[in-house]
Write a protein that binds this ligand. Structure first.
Ligand SMILES: [Zn+2]
Length: 327
């Protein structure tokens, strides 16, 4: 099957830049017949002084941000067209941004072919690893009370780079969690809602959970033989904090071939500690069955409705023995 193509010219002509900004919830005000202006929504924007630095020209379908630090973080470019915009907002390649825009706005170029365009794009992208992000968020507050309330110490938050983000962009006002690949390259941020606002987690649109295991890079660094597998980010933070740094999170209860390969190539045994609910138990059963022929598997079954992030360090140590390392 040929790889899907992004038709850049048709995207730039046919997808209105204001519709794309609206999709990201960016609110700008009209300052002229064809000009919108407002706070910059880009993750490259760290300056708090330049409040109205972002502008859009609707007739030319282009955007720009005049903040010096934002321009520098974007490699010296003042602005660009709609595909550049999505590239920066999603931290993806130009081609991926083009494909996403086509998908969102129904411009599939494969529509005339026998195969429907959507599944083609999904299949083609499913096996691709996540690309390293071209930027890092600045000003993350690792001492925020949300973390304290969840029992995360400042030392743990700093170790993981987790904290409250008040800068511009789609993660503003959320607790951000940096996600790295097995080589410790930053590939995405997850944004956890702290005030009950849906969705609970926000990820960049093209991010593929199935291609990574959260905290795998640090778990590999411990040179441990056994790795603990949990579902969520905060489960991993709590297990790490209790002194068991060889822990990874699936970021849900599904388990991909790629995640299996990552575990098998770095560890001699696996301890599963998924949530104490039906999806968690079912997932543990499926994963254990998949891994058992290849590696030693232990299962820790939690009581009903209990998740690892609700356990104290002492309770975690009852399950896993004394800590390997203290933090
Ligand atoms: Zn900016």
């Amino acid at each position: 099957m040929p790889a899907p193509q992004a038709d850049f010219r048709s995207i730039k002509q046919r997808i209105p830049i204001d519709a794309v900004l609206q999709r990201y919830g960016v609110k700008l005000r009209s300052v002229g017949p064809h000009t919108l202006c407002g706070p910059c929504p880009l993750p490259t924007h760290t300056s708090r002084n330049s409040r109205d630095s972002f502008s859009v020209n609707l007739s030319r379908q282009v955007w720009s941000c005049h903040s010096d630090s934002c321009i520098a973080a974007r490699g010296g470019r003042l602005g660009g067209h709609v595909i550049d915009l999505v590239t920066i907002l999603e931290g993806c390649s130009l081609r991926q941004a083009g494909l996403r825009l086509q998908d969102w706005f129904g411009l599939g170029v494969a529509a005339s072919h026998a195969a429907p365009p959507r599944p083609t794009a999904v299949q083609a992208s499913a096996a691709q690893p996540n690309r390293p992000l071209g930027f890092a968020l600045q000003g993350i507050d690792t001492r925020h009370r949300y973390l304290t309330q969840r029992g995360i110490s400042t030392a743990t938050a700093q170790c993981f780079g987790v904290g409250m983000y008040q800068g511009a962009g789609f993660l503003t006002g959320r607790c951000v969690i940096p996600i790295c690949d097995e080589k410790a390259r930053l590939v995405a941020y997850a944004g956890r809602a702290v005030n009950g606002e849906p969705p609970k987690y926000r990820f960049p649109a093209g991010f593929r959970k199935s291609q990574v295991l959260f905290n795998l890079d640090r778990a590999i660094d411990t040179a441990a033989h056994n790795v603990i597998v949990v579902e969520g980010f905060f489960d991993a933070l709590k297990v790490h904090q209790a002194g068991h740094p060889a822990v990874v999170a699936l970021m849900g209860s599904s388990f991909s071939q790629r995640q299996s390969d990552l575990l098998l190539s770095h560890f001699a045994s696996v301890t599963l500690m998924l949530d104490g609910d039906d999806p968690g138990r079912h997932a543990a059963e499926v994963i254990a069955k998949l891994l058992r022929p290849k590696v030693r598997v232990h299962e820790v079954e939690l009581p009903n409705r209990v998740q690892p992030d609700q356990l104290s360090a002492a309770e975690i140590n009852v399950l896993f023995g004394p800590p390997n390392r203290t933090f």
